[in-house]
Design a protein around this ligand. Structure first.
Ligand code: SF4
Ligand code: SF4
Ligand code: SF4
Length: 160
């Protein structure tokens, strides 16, 4: 562990950052914070710009700025291996999308924007008699990529 990382670890930043989504293939939070030197290399290399500098300088993922394509560039770039993909089939994270009740399609306004963005077909629109089709999210298909988040006109989608 570097001196900078050790100082941050001892300052107790583990608990305060636990709720922030980390970049894909991040180690468990305590280990991640202990290793991450806040160098920003993962954010600079990310081709979609989804990695941002979060509280305390630690990288976090903000889907309002982009989606994750799971290209793995951030992992390859992380020298202290705070991001680590041990095996090719290791899951990048447990993040999944969810749709809140302010979705306008649930209030009689036609909208299928999120479904159009989802390459995994995880968002299906179920027809309703006498109403607009409702989006339903299949969490088995959802990869948590976040492509549906920014395009939603009312910010109804979160990935947690
Ligand atoms: S896997 Fe690729 S797109 Fe996803 S956060 Fe890392 S660099 Fe960005
Ligand atoms: S997070 Fe990605 S995979 Fe999941 S519903 Fe949204 S677009 Fe589809
Ligand atoms: S894009 Fe947003 S408002 Fe439109 S159907 Fe999807 S969740 Fe609802």
């Amino acid at each position: 562990m570097s001196d900078a990382s050790r100082r941050n670890f001892l300052r107790g930043r583990v608990a305060t950052h636990a709720a922030q989504p980390r970049p894909p293939w991040a180690r468990p939070e305590a280990d991640f914070v202990a290793r991450c030197t806040q160098c920003g290399d993962c954010a600079r290399i990310c081709p979609t710009g989804v990695i941002r500098r979060g509280d305390g300088g630690y990288p976090t993922v903000d889907f309002l700025h982009g989606e994750c394509t799971f290209c793995g560039e951030c992992v390859s770039r992380c020298e202290p291996q705070a991001l680590l993909r041990g095996n090719a089939d290791d899951a990048p994270w447990a993040l999944r999308a969810s749709i809140a009740d302010n979705c306008i399609a649930r209030h009689q306004v036609e909208c299928r924007v999120c479904g159009d963005q989802c390459a995994e077909n995880a968002i299906r629109f179920l027809p309703r008699i006498g109403g607009t089709a409702n989006p339903t999210l299949d969490s088995e298909r959802c990869t948590g990529c976040g492509a549906c988040v920014a395009p939603c006109p009312v910010g109804a989608i979160s990935v947690t």
